[in-house]
Every structure is written in structure tokens, then in C-alpha cells.
Design a protein around this ligand. Structure first.
Ligand SMILES: Cc1cc2nc3c(=O)[nH]c(=O)nc-3n(C[C@H](O)[C@H](O)[C@H](O)COP(=O)(O)O)c2cc1C
Length: 314
């Protein structure tokens, strides 16, 4: 692909597409990160809050073989146990995302290890906290996003953040076509981060029934809830719920106590297990390699931007 979409992101990482692959815990390992980078973007490995005792170096080795790679971690979990942070830093990733909490305790070390450091933000208060911590860029994450997220929709939070900071801004939440990428770039973003768009790719760590559920789900089948965190005893801070595909467990136990949830939840049962995905899930209609997804997003965004340039006349 010939790079035509040139932004802070493509220049910084020397890539063709202004697209970051989301660090999806349990779904984005080395293979998915490598495939996103092969498609012209930059792939991230998701490091979950329950990941113990250390980040496994193997996915980093797989991802690094293709080009720039990174990892995404959760600050609230690192504040309890920073072992995964130390293990990731030791792999010298090109990018580190330190989201969901205050990254101040980690930013300098991550930078010293050579990483460009970003944070996802859900409010302007979050933006001020991560700016003060010294991050290099921010990602405005809207509530349409799959996985844990805030309460403000993508277009609203993107406009707020773009207006309020001098830092490079990426946009995440609900983006799964070239139109969405073009919209973010036209608004002034340096790129986008996509997660749900990659879930039906063979490189994502997911059993077939998860991929089938992704392919079959509509936007209105997603649910924003903390039910599954409570069921598994995860101590996610209350302000971040997760967006996932509604299932039998969610319908049956919507009003159950934590005690009841803990007693009945069976993560090996597909009618119970959480399948995190965002509203863009309805746009995912076929199994495609992640590199193809990323390259197509970039090519379609370019075409879209060229076509809207005509709106200016002349
Ligand atoms: C299955 C899944 C798991 C996720 N896990 C994480 C995670 O571990 N850390 C993180 O920072 N974000 C996580 N996210 C959120 C993504 O980083 C990103 O904000 C989101 O995927 C963007 O919205 P989209 O899904 O509509 O593309 C996850 C998202 C999904 C869909």
C-alpha cells in the first residue's frame, strides 16, 4: 500500500495506516497484533487485569517480528500489582497504552524504555489527569466501544477532547468502516483505534462460537453492564462498565445479587460467558484476516476523504 493518509501517528511509527489495533485482553495476543501491523497499522497486545504473574514474552516476540507493536494495560490493576507493567516494559514495546486510571506512576518508565505512551480517556477530567501524567497522545473512547468504556458517546467525547488538548488524539468506539476512519480524521484526529472490527479475524484469540456470535449480533444486541465483572468478582472501578453482546445469563440474572451471580456464573458455558463487543458489531459480517480489515479501512477512508473534498467545490 502506498501511504497517503499521513498523520502524527503514521509519521511517529513509520506505518501506512493511522490505525491502532485495540489491546483487547484475552482476544488480542501476538498473532492479532502482528496481523494489524502487517495490514499497515500498529497492533497492540491486551494485558488483562487478571493476567498473572507476568506478561508472557512470547506474544511480544510474535508481534515484534512484523514491525512496531505495543501493549495496553489498566492503571487501576497496576496500582494493585505492577508485575505486568515491569514485564511489558522489559519487552521494549513501541507503544504502551495506560488506560482506566491515573498513569502518572508509570509514564516516565514507559518512555524511558522507548515507548510512545497513550491513554484512553472517557471525560475531560480524565484528559487533564493523563496530560498531567505526561502521556504523548490520548485516545477519546466513546461509549459505543466494545469492552470497558465510559458513558459519553464517541462523537461527543471526540469533539470535546479534540477541542481541549494540543496532544495528538485518536478516536475509538464504533469505528469499523472507512467512513468512520474518515470521519475521525476529518474531525482532526491523528488516527483511530479499532477493537470490535478485528474480532471476527482468525488471528483473534477466540473460539468459533464467539466468532459466530460476533457475526450474528446487531448493534442493539450489545449491553453496557458491570454484571459480568460482579459475577466473576473482578474489582473494576464502578465508573467503567463493559459493552458486550447480551446473552441468556445477562437476561436471567440482571437483578441478581453479587452472591447469587458468583454462585451461578460458569464462564465455560456459552450461554453465560461474556463476549465483549461494541455497537460496530453489526458492521462485522464476514470472517476476514485482520491485515485485510486494517488495509481496507485505510483504503476506504482515503476514498471517502477524496470524495468529500468535493463538498468544498472548485
Ligand atoms: C473484546 C474486547 C476487549 C477489550 N479489552 C481491553 C483491554 O484489555 N484494555 C483496554 O485498554 N481496552 C480494551 N478494550 C477496549 C478497546 O481498547 C477499544 O477502546 C474498543 O475496542 C474501541 O471500540 P470498538 O470496539 O468499537 O472498536 C476491549 C475491547 C473489546 C471489544
Amino acid at each position: 500500500m502506498i501511504a497517503v493518509l499521513t498523520t502524527w501517528f503514521t509519521r511517529t511509527f513509520g506505518v501506512d495506516a493511522p490505525i491502532l489495533g485495540a489491546p483487547m485482553a484475552n482476544r488480542a495476543g501476538g498473532a492479532l497484533a502482528a496481523a494489524v501491523t502487517a495490514g499497515g497499522g500498529v497492533g497492540l497486545i491486551g494485558v488483562g487485569h487478571a493476567q498473572t504473574p507476568e506478561f508472557d514474552a512470547r506474544p511480544a516476540a510474535v508481534a515484534r517480528a512484523t514491525g512496531p507493536f505495543g501493549a495496553g494495560l489498566m492503571c487501576w490493576a497496576l496500582d494493585k500489582n505492577r508485575a505486568t507493567f515491569d514485564a511489558v516494559v522489559a519487552e521494549r514495546p513501541d507503544v504502551m497504552l495506560l488506560s482506566f486510571g491515573d498513569p502518572a506512576a508509570y509514564v516516565l518508565e514507559a518512555k524511558a524504555a522507548g515507548a510512545v505512551v497513550g491513554s484512553q480517556v472517557n471525560t475531560l477530567d480524565d484528559l487533564r489527569i493523563v496530560e498531567a501524567a505526561g502521556v504523548d497522545f490520548v485516545i477519546a473512547q466513546g461509549s459505543e466501544a466494545g469492552g470497558h468504556t465510559g458513558h459519553i458517546a464517541t462523537l461527543s467525547i471526540a469533539q470535546q477532547v479534540l477541542d481541549a488538548t494540543q496532544l495528538p488524539v485518536l478516536v475509538a468506539g464504533g469505528i469499523a468502516t472507512g467512513r468512520g476512519v474518515a470521519a475521525a480524521l476529518a474531525a482532526g484526529a491523528a488516527g483511530v483505534m479499532v477493537g470490535t472490527a478485528l474480532l471476527a479475524s482468525g488471528e483473534a484469540d477466540a473460539p468459533d462460537w464467539v466468532r459466530e456470535r460476533i457475526l450474528g449480533a446487531r448493534a442493539e444486541d450489545t449491553l453496557y453492564t458491570d454484571l459480568f465483572d460482579r459475577a466473576q468478582g473482578f474489582d473494576w472501578p464502578a465508573r467503567w462498565g463493559g459493552r458486550l453482546i447480551r446473552n441468556e445469563f445477562a437476561d436471567t440474572y440482571a437483578d441478581a445479587t453479587n452472591k447469587k451471580l458468583r454462585a451461578v456464573y460458569d464462564k465455560t458455558d456459552p450461554t453465560h460467558a461474556s463476549v465483549y463487543a461494541g455497537e460496530a458489531v453489526e458492521l462485522i459480517t464476514e470472517l476476514r484476516p485482520a491485515a485485510t480489515v486494517v488495509a481496507t479501512l485505510a483504503a476506504d477512508a482515503e476514498r471517502q476523504l477524496r470524495s468529500v473534498a468535493g463538498l468544498l467545490g472548485g
